[in-house]
Design a binder for this molecule. Sequence first.
Ligand code: AMP
Length: 282
Amino acid sequence: MAASLPRVVRTRVELRAALAAAPRPVGLVPTMGALHEGHASLIRRAASESRTVLVTIFVNPLQFNEKADFEKYPRDEAADLRAAGAAGATLVWMPAVEDVYPAGFQTTVRVAGLTEPLEGAARPGHLEGVTTIVAILLGMAGAERAYFGQKDAQQLLVVRRMAGDLGIGTEIVSCPIVREADGLALSSRNVRLAPEQRAAAPVLRRALLAARARYEAGERDGEALRGAMRDVLAAEPLAAPEYVSCADPETLAELATVTGPALLSMAVRFGAVRLIDNEPLG
Ligand code: AMP
C-alpha cells in the first residue's frame, strides 16, 4: 500500500493550529531535508512510538559557517515529502526563513563547554545555530520525544544538555548511524562527492575500525588510538583530515588514557565536502 503524503504546514501559526488538533504522543524529527535512509530510520522510530510524527525540513542558515555550503546544500521538497510520508511522517513543517526568523529576531541559544571542542572548534557558530533552531522546534512542537542521529554525536550531546538545562520536557532519543554497504555514513552531502571522492570516502569508517581493533587488542593510550586513525587517513590522498579525536563521551575532553567508555570521532574534507563520522568504545 502506498504511504500517503503527510500534511504540510509552512508558517508558525499553521504549525501551532495543526499541533493543537494532533493526536498525542507527538514525535519530532528535525531535519534539513535531502532525506535519506538515515533520516527515514529516525522517522520510522518516531512512528513506532508516536501517533503524530512531525518532521521539520528547514535548511537553517544560522548553522552554516560557510555561505557556499548553505547555497549548495541539496534541496528537493517533492522527494522529501514522499520519503517522509513513506517512513511514517504525518505532519511536515517546511517553513521559509522568515517564518522561523521573523524581522526583529534577536535570540541565540548557546551551550557553553560542550560546544568548545571538535565541531565547535572547527565550525565557529555552527552549534549555536543548531541549539537556537532546536530550541525553537522543541518549544513549538511540545513533543513527548524528539529523535536525533548518533551520526552527529556532539550535536546530540549538546541538544540533550540544552533540553535538560532549560527544563524542556521532551525526551531526546538517540538513533544509530545508518551506513552504505561500504561503511560510509549516509549524509545529505554525500551526493556532492565526485566519483573518485565517493570511492575514497569509506576511509573514515576504516580509520575508526582500525582504532577500534587496536582498542579491542588492549590499547588504552588515547594518542595511540588517534594515531591509528591518522595513519589510515594519511594513506588516502583525497582525504584531508580536520581533526581526529578519542574523547570522553560525556564531556568530549580528549583522553590521554582510556579508562571507561570513549568516543572516537573525526571530520575529513574531500575537496569542498566535509564529512564526519564516529564510533563509541566501551
Ligand atoms: P540533517 O538533515 O543532516 O541535519 O540530519 C537530521 C537528523 O538526521 C540529525 O539528527 C542527524 O544526526 C540524523 N542523521 C543524519 N544522517 C544520519 C545517518 N547516516 N544515520 C542516522 N541518523 C542520521
